[in-house]
Ligand binder design. Structure first.
Ligand code: GDP
Length: 335
């Protein structure tokens, strides 16, 4: 049986009431690229906007196998038990490339997904990293309007997606495991530099000592890097997501982080900066899309051939596309 389409008013009311089914349907509209859905999606976002901003936004990254989902389940359940409402989102653009998704399998975080205080949404499928990140960011706002006060945004720490997630969260956590070098773990130095904390996971059993050594090493590395978040010295912790040891300390650290940033009036200012970045990034995407859909873009194949053959310079070719008037004038004047 087909459901009648969701109206913006209905969606906003449902989201505001914390109705998970309606929240999920609203997100589906946001994720849809169908032109018919864009208008209602924009209305939903606009009307939810006044209720956004009241969460702590936490990014979590680490290579596959580091223990992200095990950690998120444990961390999320603890928070839910303490009365928080926790939303888990993911940014995984690999689905666009491989058809499968590193973060997408449905069996993950089963206990958390059953908790009434939690909401788990897998990465939007398909599209570019920019598109996936854009939809996740809007989803984050809807979750805030729905009353989730802790938003966890998970991503795989092996590519550009960490940068995208970093720009949408307050606190960025890198999960590592002891014993494997950073290169083995596929972690780029840049990712370490973006972290507000490094968490060495699997600090249990025989691995405990090695994990503690690794934690010490990361603490030294972080000490010498200039902090990504001004005013905050990144910390290295160790935990076992499996048995729960050290997981509560992560939440304490994040609380501490928030206090420090609020004291220095950095909390809101960073979010404002992130909004401006976000605006520019959307604008860039929109202008590009508009260009490629425009009639001017029909000139592209001809110009490609001309450029390849050296008959037209690249500068000239670009100019003729972005400022056809000027080119025409030059042609008319016998240039
Ligand atoms: P993800 O790919 O980063 O999401 O990693 P998973 O959470 O799926 O964990 C990968 C494997 O490591 C699973 O077999 C987990 O049971 C195991 N694992 C995760 N956390 C811990 C931990 O704290 N200690 C131990 N010993 N194993 C862990």
């Amino acid at each position: 049986r087909r459901r009648p389409p969701l109206s913006a008013a209905e969606a906003v009311e449902g989201v505001r009431a914390g109705n998970r089914t309606l929240l999920a349907r609203a997100i589906t509209l946001i994720e849809s690229r169908a032109a018919a859905h864009r208008k209602v999606a924009a209305e939903i976002l606009r009307d939810c906007l006044p209720w956004t901003g009241n969460s702590i936004r936490i990014g979590i990254t680490g290579v596959p196998g580091a223990g992200k989902s095990t950690f998120i389940e444990r961390f999320g359940l603890d928070l839910c038990e303490a009365g928080h409402r926790v939303a888990v989102l993911a940014v995984d653009p690999t689905s666009a490339v491989s058809g499968g998704s590193v973060l997408g399998d449905k069996t993950r975080m089963e206990d958390l997904s059953r908790h009434p205080g939690a909401f788990i949404r897998p990465s939007p499928a398909g599209g570019t990293l920019g598109g996936v990140a854009a939809r996740t960011r809007e989803t984050l706002l809807l979750c805030e309007a729905a009353g989730y006060d802790v938003i966890l945004v998970e991503t795989v720490g092996v590519g550009q997606s960490e940068v995208a997630v970093r720009t949408m969260v307050d606190f960025f956590l890198l999960l590592q495991i002891a014993g494997a070098g950073d290169e083995l773990q596929g972690i780029k130095k840049g990712v370490i530099e973006m972290a507000d904390a490094i968490l060495v996971n699997k600090a249990d059993g025989e691995n405990q000592i090695r994990a503690e050594i690794a934690r010490g090493e990361y603490a030294r590395v972080l000490h010498y890097l200039s902090p990504f978040t001004p005013g905050w010295v990144p910390q290295a912790l160790a935990c076992s997501a499996l048995d729960g040891t050290g997981v509560a300390a992560v939440w304490e650290l994040i609380g501490n982080f928030r206090e420090v940033l609020k004291e220095k009036e950095m909390w809101e200012s960073r979010r404002r900066e992130q909004n401006v970045q976000w605006f520019h990034s959307l604008l860039k995407d929109a202008v590009l899309a508009q260009f490629y859909e425009s009639a001017v873009a029909e000139e592209l194949p001809r110009l490609e051939t001309a450029v390849a053959g050296g008959r037209v310079s690249v500068t000239e070719a670009v100019q003729s596309l972005v400022d056809p008037g000027a080119t025409r004038n030059r042609e008319e004047s016998g240039y």
